[in-house]
Design a protein around this ligand. Structure first.
Ligand SMILES: NC(=O)c1ccc[n+]([C@@H]2O[C@H](COP(=O)([O-])OP(=O)(O)OC[C@H]3O[C@@H](n4cnc5c(N)ncnc54)[C@H](O)[C@@H]3O)[C@@H](O)[C@H]2O)c1
Ligand SMILES: C[N+](C)(C)CC=O
Length: 490
């Protein structure tokens, strides 16, 4: 049974409650894990606070913390196959995607291992002679790290690695649906060796464990990745002590195709942009905007290929697309499809559960494309988080930009054109944290990741992702102090 890790020990929940972890491909139980609640969370927060005040952790140098991170990266590489297998069993995503995720996790730990000893602060200009003024970065304190189910370990690594690099302690809360690779990561970290209480893992629901983290007066920073509405609740709860808040939220990314784009490559990437991870990527290319002159040809090709996508068990090398993560999510996605039809979107392919005996137990939905959509439709405005592509058309560059930005989200966007000047003009106008030119999905630890508008606050990865986990301190030293004689000096 998967346990929680609090104050350097593997523990059951205080109530003894457990939760079954399900394989979304066949609904089989993969494991049973502890189900924590508020009381367990409070205990973990206290352990993290004690560890933060403990010299064993506070006295470690950046170089030493970097070394711990480097060892974690190495262990992840050794355990790559097992971690990837677990991720696929728990999420349903195809194994090659999980392998890519786990490689990404190792790269994130390695990147922050390298950054941990790089920032020694800076000396700034002081207006006074005989003084030294410097600015240093210090850890924030106890961090609450709340992660989602779609890239369980990868999204968590964006938080854990910089939090350690900066010298914080933490309470980690993975999604209740996908805790298995996180448990394995904690095993790896325990083996690498951290003082008790530096890393704590509490398993359980968002409304209890997550809410306690967000509300607690003893948590100094909350970093959350998940849905925009949950982010709103967390931000409100975090006002309890005005804790630092980093939010990586939803997206509804435009993928803009100009008529001069390389046709075959743009079609190929448009499919990948939406159907990768069964459309359950925050930055999925959900809104395809195609220049009118190539619209028919482009859609025909997309539909032809979408029909051929092989659904199945993520562990089967023949599978191209796995199931959705849960029955509840399947229901959400199905609802969006019905609403789209009611609102008059033209269903070009998919839109239903697949046939075939082997797919009946899994939470599958066919790759779905809606043609002739417009901005007022719910399916265009809302994040469906499933394998559903909407298609709109444009005539001019200005119209493409206007449609691309016609959303409350601003996580990512892509533009496809052979005209480099046009690409730059469009990039400059799109309101998104990442813009790809003639590419999609790519992200790596050196580049900051995060959203404009309602896609979030703050950035993960890059050096900016480390700064999120620090407080800035200005230190002013008078090197020749003299009495001022300001008060009572008659
Ligand atoms: N911007 C990004 O980088 C990024 C990356 C991945 C996923 N996402 C977003 O995540 C969403 C899908 O993930 P999800 O369904 O797991 O999201 P979710 O918001 O339902 O849950 C995310 C996490 O928050 C916890 N949670 C739920 N309610 C909470 C509360 N009241 N207080 C504290 N914690 C709470 C959950 O238990 C889970 O661990 C999508 O909207 C997707 O776009 C964003
Ligand atoms: C940030 N990324 C691309 C790994 C996952 C989004 O859901």
């Amino acid at each position: 049974m998967g346990k929680m890790y609090i104050n350097g020990e593997w523990v059951k929940s205080k109530t003894g409650e457990t939760r079954k972890v399900i394989n979304p491909y066949n609904q089989e139980v993969i494991d049973t894990v502890a189900e924590g609640n508020r009381e367990d969370t409070i205990y973990a927060i206290q352990a993290a606070r004690k560890a933060f005040n403990n010299e064993d952790w506070r006295q470690l140098t950046g170089e030493e913390r970097g070394d711990l991170l480097y060892q974690i990266a190495q262990s992840i590489r050794k355990e790559r196959d097992e971690l990837a297998r677990l991720e696929t069993l728990n999420t349903g995503k195809v194994l090659t995607e999980s392998i890519g995720d786990i490689d990404g996790v190792a790269n994130v730990f390695q990147y922050y291992a390298g950054l941990a000893d790089k920032d020694g602060g800076s000396v700034i200009n002081s207006p006074n002679p005989n003084s030294v003024s410097r600015v240093v970065r210090e850890p924030v304190g106890v961090c609450g790290l709340i992660s989602p189910w779609n890239f369980p370990l990868l999204q968590l690594s964006y938080k854990v690695a910089p939090a350690i690099a900066a010298g914080n302690t933490m309470v980690i809360k993975p999604s209740e649906l996908t805790p298995l690779t996180t448990i394995k990561l904690i095993e790896i970290m325990e083996e690498v060796g951290f003082p008790s209480g530096v890393i704590n893992l509490v398993l359980g629901q968002g409304s209890t464990v997550g809410q306690e983290i967000a509300e607690s007066l003893d948590v100094d920073l909350v970093s959350f990745t998940g849905g925009t509405e949950t982010g709103r609740t967390i931000m409100q709860a975090a006002t309890s002590n005005f804790k630092k808040t980093s939010l990586e939220l939803g997206g509804n990314s435009p993928n803009i195709i100009f008529a001069d784009a390389q046709f075959e490559t743009a079609v190929d990437y448009a499919l990948n942009a939406i159907f990768f991870t069964t459309g359950q990527a925050c930055n999925a290319g959900t809104r395809l905007l195609v220049e009118k002159s190539i619209h028919n040809e482009f859609v025909n090709e997309l539909v032809k290929r979408a029909k051929n996508i092989r659904m199945g068990d993520g562990l089967d090398p023949e599978t191209e697309m796995g199931p959705l993560v849960s029955a509840a999510h399947l229901n959400n996605v199905d609802n969006y499809i019905q609403i789209a039809i009611e609102e008059g979107a033209e269903l070009a392919v998919g839109g239903k559960r697949p046939e075939g005996e082997t797919l009946q137990k899994g939470f599958f939905i066919e790759p779905t494309i809606f043609n002739h959509c417009h901005s007022k439709m719910s399916i265009v405005q809302e994040e469906t988080f499933g394998p559903i592509l909407t298609i709109e058309t444009f005539d001019t560059e200005e119209e493409a930009i206007q449609l691309g930005n016609d959303t409350r989200y601003g996580l990512a966007a892509a533009v496809w054109t052979e005209d480099t000047n046009r690409a730059e003009r469009v990039v400059g106008q799109l309101l998104a944290g990442t813009v790809w030119v003639n590419d999609f999905h790519i992200n790596f630890p050196q580049a900051p990741w995060g959203g404009y508008k309602q896609s979030g606050i703050g950035r993960e990865m890059g050096k900016e992702g480390l700064e999120e986990y620090t407080e800035l301190k200005h230190v002013y030293k008078n090197t020749a102090p003299q009495p001022m004689g300001w008060f009572g000096n008659q």
